[in-house]
Structure formats: C-alpha cells, structure tokens
Design a protein around this ligand. Sequence first.
Ligand code: ATP
Length: 326
Amino acid sequence: MTAVTARVPAKVNLQLSVGPPRADGYHDLVTVFHAVSLFDEVTVAPAERDTVVVTGEGDGSVPLDGSNLALRAVTALVDTLGPGCRDAPGVSIEIKKRIPVAAGLAGGSADAAAALAACNELWGAGLSPQELRDVASQVGSDVAFALLGGTAIGLGRGDQVTPALATGTYHWVLAFAAAELSTAAVYAACDRLRASRGGRPGKPGEARRPARPGQVEPPQLDTALMTALRSGDPAELGPLLTNDLQPAALSLLPDLRRGLTAGREHGALGAVVSGSGPTCAFLARDARHARDLAVALAGAGVCRTVATVVGPAPGATIIGVAAEKS
Ligand code: ATP
C-alpha cells in the first residue's frame, strides 16, 4: 500500500455540561456529541521521516511540527504497536482542511482520528474500534468521538463515548467567526465566571453555577434531550440545546450574541455556541429552512461565513487506498 486517505467529520455539542476543575486541570464533562457533514481529509503514506502538510481552511494556523494532533496520534499509535509496526522510518501526513481551526468544532481532534484510522489501515495493524479509541483518548478529549461519529454521549473528559439512541436527520447552519478561541482560555473564563457568581444553575446556556460558593454541581445527562433525539423531531430538540461554556465564550467574544439573536429571529429552532466556540450552530426545520437561515445570517453580517450541514455524519472513514504498483 502506498497511501491511505480517511475522511472525518466536525462535531457540535448538543449538550455540554461542565463539572468543576479536577486535580489534573481537566473538567469532568457530560456531553452529547453530534457529528456533522463538514469533513477534513487526511492521507498518510510511508516516508523517510515524519512530515505534515496542511492545505485549505485556516492552514496557516495549524502547526506542522510534533504538536500537530495528527502527528501526535501517529506517535501514540507507534508507541502502542511498537516500532516494528511500520515498514518505513516515517510517515507523511497530508491534511486537507475544511473544518475551521480553533472554532469549537474539534477539527484538530478530527485530524488525529483520521490519522489513527488511516495508519491502522496502512500498517495492517488490525486494531479494533475500541482499541483505536483507547489510543485516541491519549491524544485528546474529542478524538475518540471523531472515530465513532454519529450522535454519542461523552463522559470523563469527553473521551469515554457511547452511541446515543437517536433517529432522524438534522439540518444545521454553522456560522463561522472571524476570530479563534482557545479552548483553554474558554474553560478558564468559565471557572472565573462561576467563582464570581455563586448560586444555583442558571437557565439553559447559562453557566452552571455553584450550589455553594466554590462548589459546582456534578454534570448530569439531560434526559429530555435524549428523549427528543429518540423522537427525531428537530422542533423538540432545538429548545434543549445547552452549553455551559457559552457564557464564557460570549464573555470573550461579546459579538457572538448578535449572531445567536439573528439566528433565533430568523426562526432557528435552537441556537448555541459549539463547544468552546466561537462557531455558532443553528438548528433548522429542514433543508430549505437551513438554506434560508444561512442566507439570512450571511446577509446580517454577524459572522465571517456560513455553511449548511447535516447530522449525524459517520466517524473517521477510509475513503481511498492507493495500492503499490507491481
Ligand atoms: P477543541 O477540540 O478543543 O474543541 P477546537 O475545535 O476549538 O478544539 P482545533 O481546530 O482542534 O480547535 O484547534 C485547536 C488548536 O490545536 C489550534 O489552535 C492548533 O494550533 C492546534 N492544532 C494541532 N493540530 C491541529 C490540526 N491538525 N488541525 C487544527 N488545529 C491543530
């Protein structure tokens, strides 16, 4: 085999509930991931040394050294399989990006998942989906979900994933911001907001507030959201979208509020910041409504650009295998 290509989706979070900071600095999460049809493609091939090339959306802000998440995933896979797993000293990784960088859509994690799936195939390693997810957890919180795709519940740091019972196809508009948001900065802002506010949990989308000052309630799966997902009815799902990180993202980029308001005014069934932001996700009634909503949001000048996508989308999938010429 000379090259393997995997396609991998972006995600939005239908629920993102954040617990208090843990001793290791991470936060325990209860999240419902939903993969959407905005895909990066990652091609891996044997090479003399490890290299990364990135083209497409946001390519200038993606690192090409050992900190690139796709390369980190390859290194973690080699550590798991042992150095004899590959028949060349290195691997070339070519990433075609359509998922914006640092946008709350887990694009870097997606590339890591695609690299794991592609190298598993390239090297004939034969790791099972669960074994690959175990490697994924070492690389980042969202990587296991990018392998799985669909709609799934994420626990722990988000890396313990289980498929959710969900029916139907959901039509979304994603509004991309001009700015990037660092995930670490948004979590830090969330902790600061909670420490300063105190009191009970707020309305959906407001920061989860401590029951007593300094104490944050453990996150819980929203059973109403799970019921809505089983119904397949976007009108049921829309009002139940929540994100504990939204107030923090809005505190760092207050202009995002204008986009959320504009989406609701144009009939979005739900409007929420995706993950740590700044991308905002708007749930539409159907494909036609999604197109109208996208045009309205683009026209309102509240974002850099928009995309219409559907979910759930499949996780990292091998889409090309180039065989060696004999
Ligand atoms: P999160 O998974 O925390 O929600 P995000 O979706 O907000 O992340 P990413 O696009 O994953 O953001 O990028 C986060 C950071 O990771 C970027 O600032 C970038 O420097 C770094 N990074 C490393 N590898 C990659 C990659 N392959 N693609 C994009 N970003 C990468």
